[in-house]
Design a protein around this ligand. Sequence first.
Ligand code: UDX
Ligand code: UDX
Length: 461
Amino acid sequence: MKINNICCIGAGYVGGPTMSIIAQKNPDIKVNVVDMNADKISAWNSKDLDNLPVYEPGLSKVVKEARGRNLFFSDDVNKHIYDAEMIFISVNTPTKISGEGKGYAADLKYVEACAKQIAEVSKTDKIIVEKSTVPVRTSEKIKQILRLNNSDVDFQILSNPEFLAEGTAMRDLEIPDRVLIGGDKTKQGKKAIESLVKIYSSWVPKENILTTNLWSSELSKLTANAFLAQRISSINSLSELCEETGADIEEVSKAIGMDSRIGSSFLKTSVGFGGSCFQKDILNLVYIARSSGLVKVADYWEQILLINKHQRDRFSNKIVECVKNNDLHQNILLLGWAFKKDTNDSRESAAIYVANNLLNNKIRIDIYDPKVNKDQVDFDLSYLNENYDKSMVKFIEDPVSNIFNYNLIAIMTEWDEFKEYDWQYIYSKIKKPAYIFDGRNILNFEKIKKIGFNYIGIGRK
Ligand code: UDX
Ligand code: UDX
């Protein structure tokens, strides 16, 4: 079936960039991205391409090319569901905060609400594509909801998980390692898979498009994220051992990564991984394993999260000790709030947990991030801690010209600009003694120490 009209529900970090590329590469297909948040839709439609709701290098160029041609953003959800032949569900699936599975299971209420809405509005056959990361066998639930609420039209369900990483989303979409499409092995199911394969094959080589059954596709997404996070927790756990033994984690990481069986990516030690996916997906995996009675499997994967928390705690405890032991009663400066560089997304950022620990110890903080704003910082901290005291946190626009205020700087995000700062000049202006806690090991620590700073990195001395 040739698809002429696509609707994507959810104009977030996944839906926005993914649909922009699909539209760019398929100018003959009309792509409507809808969202219940009307403000977000007007921001996607804004003339100011520098302030789209999602910051991703290269995104504004693609939006500029396709928007108004065959890419549209709208809050008229029903109309575009009605018109579409293929509907992507790209809404968020946060960890449940109440009810069965609280704290672990993915909350599918938005996905289920979308399925119900699709069923109620549809008058023609449709292919429904799960883009959101969901627990294995969610497609079964979506099918039930669709059939229960509308038995007049045929719905085919596909799973097409997204593997893009924020900050490099456009490159990941343009040259994906693989595109994964899961579907039913029935005649209709195979036809639906073919329709989606055709859309991706406008720019992705056929051999990189992998088709599987629905459940393999759903589970592959969860486990791909768990494997990636596992590498980070592995290297982070070793960073503590390095600090005890005098080994250098950067050297160890390089040595491990040069083994072609292991490979070098995702071996960068840090103050802990963040982002909307890793924690949520591992919690979900743990929940599924535990619900299936696989206690040892569940405990195994849960360790990844325990190490991640431990890494954040140990980094922030070192800062607290430094402040107390050296009587540094001034503000401290946090550089970076986003969960990684090149994104304005701060979901689950290690910076939130570190800042919360500092605030609990009555340490005032100033924060600078090139893409995240003060409202987001306040939201993140008040979400984590209902006793959050806004007055203890200041957001600053220009850290270098205010540097004389501080004794202690903590680097939380690996933004390139932090590497490019004139650290010699900063040292000449900053209060002494001057401490740098490098949560990303981005600075040349020998040079920084030579300038005069007390340098505390991760996993090295
Ligand atoms: C994605 C995936 O879809 C999610 O499963 C994954 O785990 C994290 O990444 P993401 O695009 O990052 O989600 O989420 P977000 O940026 O929050 O965007 C979701 C959008 O869906 C929001 O704009 C929200 O307003 C919209 N939404 C949500 C709807 O339009 N309808 C709903 O019923 C719920
Ligand atoms: C991840 C997956 O990579 C992607 O395939 C999936 O679709 C969504 O989840 P994302 O969370 O956007 O992507 O970014 P990623 O680059 O994976 O980084 C996640 C976190 O791990 C960040 O906080 C990052 O700083 C951290 N990280 C990453 C490390 O600490 N060390 C590393 O070596 C790599």
